[in-house]
Design a protein around this ligand. Structure first.
Ligand SMILES: [Zn+2]
Length: 284
């Protein structure tokens, strides 16, 4: 009898629809809608640079086994995911593919794109997840996608979406209120990772530590920034957990600005916890 159940469990689990996503925040959103009806696997674990995820063989295997693939898009994965997809050669993900950037209007779209401008994001800033006001549109498009992927549970997904949207509205009201106290604050970011977040809450990004996107700062760049941080009375130097700290710490030692580290993704936490972590860093 016990063996029978184990066999049954194995069969049912091996037939569960396996949704592979590029980043942990997408996993959290899919699980908010799908609960335990689908298996969800993330490729990046969210601790490292989202622009360059190392294409380990285990990741190729994950893409090979996927029934569907959901990505951030906006060219955030352009440096690592196409090679993985090619090597996995899994036809199912061509049919069942969702790019979340489709439902977001990307900010900071460059007028012209040239290699001289560094490793820019030619479609605009793809780090839209950090603006919590983008979450409802992302949750809605994920729900539509899951409902078409797994029709028998489509009503379940739609009901979960309704409930989540209600909860998110409450969360956002409280969050916006707390963030309103930080408006007009000035920051320097390492990369324009949190631009959408800061713009949403009227926090001004005075400069970036990297002189161009994807380009490391020289000593001269850092010296220039010290002047700017002092004259503009910048309060925080904002890093992501994976950024090198050297330039930021040097600027901190020469100014009144303070280095803070914001999460690079919802690594081992929910989206709500990620935004709360950002808020608490900005209140340091
Ligand atoms: Zn970027």
């Amino acid at each position: 009898m016990r063996i029978f159940f184990i066999v049954l469990l194995f069969i049912s689990s091996s037939f569960a629809t396996n949704v592979v996503v590029s980043y942990p925040y997408i996993k959290d959103l899919v699980e908010k809608i799908a609960k335990d009806k689908l298996e969800v696997t993330t490729l990046s674990d969210g601790r490292f640079d989202p622009h360059f995820v190392v294409a380990k063989p285990s990741l190729i295997l994950k893409v090979k086994r996927a029934d569907a693939l959901i990505i951030n898009g906006g060219q955030l994965e352009i440096g690592w995911l196409p090679a993985l997809i090619k090597r996995a050669s899994n036809r199912k993900i061509n049919e069942h593919f969702l790019e979340l950037s489709r439902v977001v209007k990307l900010s900071e779209k460059p007028v012209s794109v040239s290699r001289a401008d560094g490793d820019v994001h030619p479609d605009g800033n793809p780090h839209f997840i950090f603006d919590p006001h983008n979450v409802p549109a992302l949750a809605k498009t994920i729900t539509q996608f899951l409902a078409s992927l797994d029709e028998k549970n489509s009503q379940f997904y739609k009901n979960n979406l309704e409930q989540f949207l209600q909860e998110w509205k409450t969360f956002l009201n409280g969050y916006d209120h707390k963030m309103s106290k930080l408006k007009n604050l000035k920051v320097v970011q390492f990369h324009k990772m949190y631009s959408d977040y800061f713009r949403r809450y009227n926090i001004q990004t005075v400069a970036t530590i990297e002189p161009l996107p994807g380009v490391s700062p020289s000593a001269k760049d850092t010296f220039k920034l010290v002047k700017k941080v002092n004259s503009e009375k910048v309060k925080f130097i904002v890093l992501s957990s994976f950024n090198p700290k050297k330039s930021a710490l040097f600027i901190e030692s020469k100014t009144d600005a303070k280095v803070i580290t914001l999460p690079a993704d919802a690594y081992e936490m929910s989206l709500e916890q990620m935004y709360d972590r950002m808020l608490s860093e900005l209140n340091k």
